[in-house]
Design a binder for this molecule. Structure first.
Ligand code: PSU
Ligand code: MN
Length: 305
């Protein structure tokens, strides 16, 4: 495994000294946001992690080598690249074997984080059960990964383009604790409200760290999902989102979009339909998640001492 993973110098030294590290995904850079906001966000998110006393580790694959921790040159290369692969669990070994360059989804980033020994990971929103999954069977590999890989994933809920009740059901089936951070309601990415109760609730990074320690002590495998609502000043209310999402889904159906292309297509469409407002919200929630993830990572290390 060591031959296929490259830790950046800051990440390597942080891990060996028992410092807090936060993994960050890269599909959000290549497929989730347009240039140049994607690279600006990636940089700012790394700075936020550092400001909380943790070391950021953005993860991506370059020429078949899994990089944990990117330098600025690699970040901007990835952000400008077109046609890079979107790598999930199913694609990781192929990318290594065929020396491909690609970004990692939540699933693949969790895998790489665990391989590197990183406990906490921040993203925007996880993948989930797509609407119409009863006929398309389109269920993100993120949900299975959360069930088996021991990483705390901080998100703003599942993306509201998904079927949220079904996504919650599959998470429960997979044994994933879904924990609202300081809220009783599951947040819905761009909106704080989903109309669904968060299955569990915790109110501090220390409580989340304690949950993680106890889960490990019990020998329970798999990840934990922290659902951290977008800050109120940046949210787009759920009623407004519903129309945009409905229109984007209708466009996707008309154009026959399916598989890996679905999530990037819908995010892009909603960006256009909202005149860019959805991106402002997406950036705000990612930054908010990075901050919380760093605080959880620090709390986990403090408790370990
Ligand atoms: N969060 C964002 N934007 C994104 C994603 C998450 O704010 O683009 C990506 C993640 O990498 C997630 C992926 O794993 O979307 C889900 O893709 P799919 O539905 O094909 O599994
Ligand atoms: Mn899918």
């Amino acid at each position: 495994m060591k031959d296929h993973i490259h830790l950046s110098a800051p990440v390597k030294s942080a891990l060996s000294q028992g410092q807090a590290v936060v993994a960050l995904e890269s599909t959000i850079i290549t497929h989730g946001m347009p240039w140049p906001q994607n690279v600006e966000t990636a940089r700012r998110v790394e700075d936020i992690v550092r400001s909380q006393g943790a070391v950021p580790a953005t993860i991506a694959v370059f020429d078949g080598l899994i990089h944990v921790g990117l330098d600025d040159r690699q970040l901007s290369k990835l952000a400008k690249a077109t046609g890079v692969m979107k790598l999930s669990r199913a694609d990781l070994a192929f990318a290594v074997s065929e020396k491909c360059t690609g970004s990692t989804t939540v699933a693949a980033t969790m895998m790489a984080a665990q391989m590197a020994g990183i406990d906490v990971f921040a993203t925007g929103g996880i993948g989930g059960v797509h609407s119409g999954a009863e006929t398309s069977f389109d269920v993100s590999a993120d949900l299975r990964e959360l069930g088996q890989t021991d990483v705390v994933v901080v998100c703003a809920g599942a993306k509201a383009i998904l079927d949220l009740p079904k996504t919650l059901e599959v998470l429960e089936t997979n044994g994933v604790p879904v924990i609202g951070y300081g809220v009783d309601e599951l947040p819905a990415f761009w909106s704080r409200q989903s109309g669904l109760a968060a299955p569990l609730r915790l109110d501090s990074p220390a409580a989340i760290a304690s949950h993680t320690r106890n889960r490990r002590a019990l020998g329970i495998e798999g990840g934990t999902l922290i659902a951290n609502p977008v800050p109120a000043e940046a949210e787009i209310p759920a009623v407004e989102m519903a129309d945009l999402i409905g229109e984007a889904l209708a466009c996707a159906r008309r154009e026959g979009i399916s598989g890996k292309a679905t999530t990037p297509y819908l995010l892009g469409r909603i960006y256009e339909l909202s005149n860019g407002r959805s991106l402002t919200t997406n950036i705000a929630l990612v930054e908010n998640n990075a901050k919380l993830a760093a605080r959880i990572a620090v709390a986990l290390k403090q408790a370990a001492r």
